[in-house]
Write a protein that binds this ligand. Sequence first.
Ligand code: CUA
Length: 303
Amino acid sequence: MASRVDALYFFLVGLTIFFSLLIAGLIVYFAVKYRRRAPHAVGERQHGNMMLLEITWTVVPLAITMVIFVWGASVYFAMATPPPETLNIYVVGKQWMWKFQHLDGQREINELHVPVGRNVKLITTSEDVIHDLFFPAFRVKVDVLPGRYVNLWFHATTPGRYHLFCAEYCGTRHSGMIGDVIVMEANEYQEWLSGGAAEGSLASAGGKLFTDLACNSCHRPDSTGRGPVLNGLFGKTVVTQAGEMVVADEAYIRESILNPSAKITAGYQPIMPTFQGLVSEEGLLQLIEYVKSLGVQPQLEAR
Ligand code: CUA
């Protein structure tokens, strides 16, 4: 994204320099050219085409700003839309650290390891206040909000170590909420992944939590449970009691755990208790990954 952002930025700087010089130059030129030459001289009336003048100085700036708008919007949409195939990593911001959670189970604090040349999607949320995850070298940043998942994606092109910052004032030690992103060659990254803690994948931790919280007493793999079947749910469209259609994405599963009565699946009773306060943000991510893994069970090995 960096080259696209830079191109737009340099265009704006160039445009600003051009008009600054043009206007300053004209001021000096006119001041000299039309200066009062005799002590009692009086200015001459100008008879120009007012209509043409009005149209020109309306249409030219409009055209320029439209170029900026369309160009800026295209960069924005490219940033806001992650490509379909991404390596997903969860991010939890809290006062005052960044916690990164890889799908294979590795966790990191204020350090993020990613492979070079791959689309990486960060699914972010906050445990407390609004933070903002900023990778200056990649020219991407995103507000990290409590109670929501916000995505950010990038495609690192050069191995190395780059800064990452919190870019939203979030309390006393906001300025210390910094870290590094380490971009590695694919094979080094694989090595790093396998060298991590043997905590098991996010999905398997979620599976354990699922049993610990007794979710499995109602959500059974067949339709004998009192809750909806979760196998194959992720990514599907769910019809709610109110007749609404919702896509079962991360945000929906999160909401259904914390506020189960918000969107009841058609045909089920609102009997599920809330798990607000019982499951941490990391626990939620584990549960979400577990539900996802139920959806893709046949290909689980291939991941
Ligand atoms: Cu977190 Cu500033």
